[in-house]
Design a protein around this ligand. Structure first.
Ligand code: COA
Length: 191
């Protein structure tokens, strides 16, 4: 395995669409009651023209993971995306992180998330937040390991079905530094 993470331009639009479609389908097709609604969601979300516009929007940052030249996942950060249940003004959303199932448990997702969080710190938000489906224990565990914690609830309707999500968030940049210094006074870690 030779993993590299690339900050995406429109040149990578097909790689994002293909890995997004496949990994969403594999992870979530079983929870959709109506397969036509799943299909419609995938067609709309991974429409290449729409996706290219989204990549070109300077408010968004996309990263693509490759194993040699094979696209195996992607992540999307959306700046200035405010969640009503979060007080902080400077919020960034980790809107998508999808890795092909053959690569779960290999560390690829961690490499991708590290890249995303490094980029988020440069954008200087106070909070990075995301929504994770309540049944998605693998993703939830992944986020918890990385310091995210549950901050609320979110409901999202696709077609005729209502899906329940946990809102998770993490303090980053300066706010994380301040929190660390409040909870860990100097020297406390060495006692
Ligand atoms: C969410 C995602 C990016 C996490 O990546 P990952 O490679 O699975 O992450 P990890 O290897 O850290 O695994 C997370 C946890 O899932 C479990 N897990 C990982 N691989 C597993 C496997 N093959 N079988 C069963 N459980 C597994 C483990 O409990 C692990 O936690 P642990 O390391 O403490 O034991 C990835 O699973 C994914 O793309 N899923 C599909 C799309 C998705 O759900 N995206 C997130 C939407 S919010």
């Amino acid at each position: 395995m030779a993993i590299r993470i690339v900050k995406a331009t429109v040149n990578e639009v097909n790689d994002i669409a293909a890995t997004g479609r496949q990994s969403f389908y594999d992870a979530f097709h079983s929870i959709f009651i109506r397969k036509d609604e799943l299909q419609k969601y995938l067609d709309s979300t991974y429409d290449v023209f729409k996706l290219a516009n989204s990549i070109e929007n300077s408010n968004n940052l996309f990263f693509v993971a490759y194993d040699n030249d094979k696209p195996i996942g992607f992540a999307k950060l959306k700046q200035l995306s405010r969640h009503q249940q979060i007080q902080s003004v400077r919020q960034t959303e980790l809107q998508k992180i999808y890795v092909l199932k053959e690569y779960h448990g290999t560390g690829v997702s961690q490499t991708l998330l590290n890249k995303v969080l490094d980029a988020a710190v440069e954008l200087q938000p106070e909070i990075v937040w995301l929504n994770v489906h309540v049944g998605n224990t693998k993703a939830r565990r992944f986020y918890e390991k990385n310091g995210f914690s549950v901050a609320g609830k979110h409901y999202y309707i696709i077609g005729t079905q209502k899906f329940e999500f946990d809102l998770m968030s993490i303090a980053v940049g300066r706010s994380a530094y301040e929190l660390k210094n409040i909870s860990e006074p100097e020297g406390a870690a060495h006692r």
